[in-house]
Design a binder for this molecule. Structure first.
Ligand code: KG4
Ligand code: ZN
Length: 360
């Protein structure tokens, strides 16, 4: 089964051809980062315009790289949300047009479900039930993932925890901006934090007052902001920061606090639900300290730990094609009047899960 995946939810225009939801024949990604860097964040209007200019050449490239034609594919999967509405419209409408013109089935994929499927290529044997920690620039969620028939053919999701304010990647990007680093802050801080002392500054760790396994990252961002103001820290480039020991310590300590907060909530979920493995995905899953720390901790607890390789960690269409293949096989076909939903949810908060005390 050959599926074309299309992803345009934020600032990557991506297309991929995937065979049997498992083998990546092509995976083309056009990053718009250069367009948005001068503004220190994604400008939605510029993003949708660039998707419009790139969608056709990127999809054509995906076919060329795979050595396949549109006539040969069995279905089309496109991201329908969550994301920026103008960006989502471009990819989904292009997918609809191809599906209509060639009479191919179309399926609408949730971007977050795509991130969970990003591990299926290298780790088809993930043990379920699993907890999935999806951390990116727009989302920080912990899901309980079950596979009624085993494998990735059909996964079901329950929300365990969500961020109460900023997403983890957002905290990285805002702290990067505060210190003058280039957008997106995540990869730059990851590189610089390796040179600093992560125990130098004890940033406050957010505690959710009702004890629920939720996340909160606005406190740490504010703590860095206060430090920047009280010490009058001027913006510095990545190269200048490399020579500034104190600033490297600030970044390493900030990163350590984020990693510890992510683990604190995840470990609460593990203790409560006893999954067989932990999946880490989304852009922040590229973080080297987070990967290292979670590998050590999951090994101590004795559960599997799976994360995708870097090219599948940030937004891509191979993960959308994989999630879409499972949906197409289940007959979940989208009508042509299906609209993108910028706030699409993968699982709604459930008053009785994981513990009714937290959600009443
Ligand atoms: O999944 P993604 O590509 O887009 C969204 O769906 O949001 O995630 C992008 C986010 C950005 O906030 C970026 O700073 C963060 O992922 N990120 C990282 C790293 N690489 C990307 N954060 C921490 N460490 C990294 N190495
Ligand atoms: Zn994403």
């Amino acid at each position: 089964m050959l599926v074309l995946g299309i992803e345009t939810s934020c600032d990557e225009t991506a297309a991929a051809i995937v065979e049997d939801g498992q083998h990546i024949l092509s995976n083309v990604i056009h990053s718009q980062v250069k367009t948005h860097t001068p503004y220190g964040g994604v400008v939605p209007e510029l993003a949708s315009r660039e998707h419009l200019a790139k969608i056709r050449p990127i999809v054509d490239q995906a076919f060329a790289d795979a050595g396949k034609t549109l006539d040969e594919i069995d279905g089309i999967a496109a991201t329908a949300g969550p994301g920026l509405i103008g960006s989502l419209i471009v990819g989904l409408t292009y997918a609809k047009s191809l599906a209509f013109a060639k009479n191919k089935p179309l399926t609408a994929v949730n971007h977050i479900e795509g991130h969970i499927y990003s591990v299926c290529f290298e780790h088809p044997g993930v043990e379920f039930p699993a907890l999935a920690l999806v951390v990116s620039g727009g989302h920080s969620n912990l899901f309980w993932v079950e596979s009624p028939s085993g494998g990735f053919r059909h996964l079901t999701y329950k929300l365990v925890g969500k961020t109460r304010d900023d997403a983890a990647g957002e905290a990285y990007d805002k702290v990067g901006k505060l210190l003058g680093l280039q957008y997106p802050g995540g990869p730059v801080i990851d590189r610089l934090a390796k040179l600093g002392n992560r125990d130098a500054i004890g940033f406050p760790m957010a505690k959710i007052s009702d004890g629920s396994p939720d996340f909160s990252f606005s406190g740490i961002k504010t703590a860095v902001l206060r430090l920047v103001r009280s010490e009058n820290l001027e913006p510095k480039t990545e190269a200048e920061t490399r020579e500034d020991t104190h600033r490297l310590d600030v970044l390493a300590s900030f990163q350590e606090a984020v990693v510890q907060m992510l683990w604190s909530t995840t470990s609460q979920g593990i203790a409560l639900l006893k999954p067989r493995s932990l999946i880490l995905s989304g852009g922040v899953a590229a973080n080297s300290r987070l990967r290292q720390y979670l590998s050590e901790k999951t090994a101590e607890v004795g559960i599997g730990f799976h994360f995708p390789k870097p090219v599948l960690t940030t937004d891509n269409a191979a993960m959308i094609a994989a999630a879409g293949t499972a949906k197409l096989l289940r007959g979940e076909i989208a009508d042509f009047d299906f609209n993108p939903d910028p706030n699409m949810r993968l699982a709604l908060p459930d008053a009785s899960f994981p513990d009714k005390r937290w959600r009443t």
